[in-house]
Design a protein around this ligand. Sequence first.
Ligand code: SAH
Length: 344
Amino acid sequence: MREIAEKLLKTRSLDLNEYAKLIRYRANLAEWLKQEALNIKESIYGKDVYIRGLIEISNICKNDCYYCGIRRSNGDVERYRLSEEQILACCDEGYTLGFRTFVLQGGEDGYFTDERLCALIGEIKRRHSDCAVTLSLGERSDDSYAALRRAGADRYLLRHETADREHYGKLHPPEMSFDNRMRCLRSLRDLGYQVGCGFMVGSPYQTEETLAKDLKFIEDFKPDMCGIGPFVPHHGTPMRDFAAGTVELTCFLLSVIRIIYPPVLLPSTTALGTIDPQGREKGLLSGANVVMPNLSPTNVRRKYELYDNKICTGEEAAECKGCLSRRVRSIGCRLAIGRGDIKK
Ligand code: SAH
């Protein structure tokens, strides 16, 4: 397997077969590729870790993804939606704490029309012109993405979830479409957004072959950002009885993605911190370079429960940032100030 790893390091490209083998026989390669990934990351970003303030604006969702705790059919969720004033207050607090990127994430909630979102984005940009606004609000029309971009949104996160059509069909109800998800990613790119894709590690029915397609997709698409974290079952979903993904495979894939596309912005996710108390540190040491502390008001944190036992649901924003800052320093890195744009 050494030859495959060497080819990856030299060409940053493998075929599907080779990616699948690399994953299958990773045990003896992981340590080596991790060091290579770290070197690549440090050659571009040094010891800087970028921060984004995550604001979970609504847990109301019209979709019914089989894995997600806030899916439409989960009747046990106490639904909430932040008001424009609350969202702006989160940004103001975040700004004071030093955040220069705000990520507005939520379910696909019809309340957030283009008109409302454009006004909101415009106001965030008016108050904090040196900040980047990232949206993570799911699938919308091209016209909608265009309007939000004109209103000032800089980046959009939309995990592709899996690059294998059949696998996509096993994770989502029939009314959701793999082609539409991929269409969204391409139009976001065409509209000039910095675009993030990504997937869950260890999601039900995932195989080395589907993961190979994810890696090939990343190689071809060259996303500005790539969010990967372990699947963690949620008790109120049809996928409650599946096993969670592992830290080991998540970290290995972080390393491989860093090698495939060196400048990519790679978050060490909350899900990784949820399945292992040291998970986020391990992610950063495997090639990740972004953390996303939670800026949502504490009284809604528990309600944005995508998966069981999600961490950081009790702390205030300042505590969350302080905690992450200590974790980052404990491994010899530092939180960078600024928007944290991709260096390509
Ligand atoms: N509605 C938005 C935001 C979704 S939540 C959208 O469609 O993009 C953000 C991410 O959380 C999802 O893309 C998914 O990959 C992840 N997620 C959802 N349920 C999860 C679970 N049970 N375990 C781990 N990650 C999960």
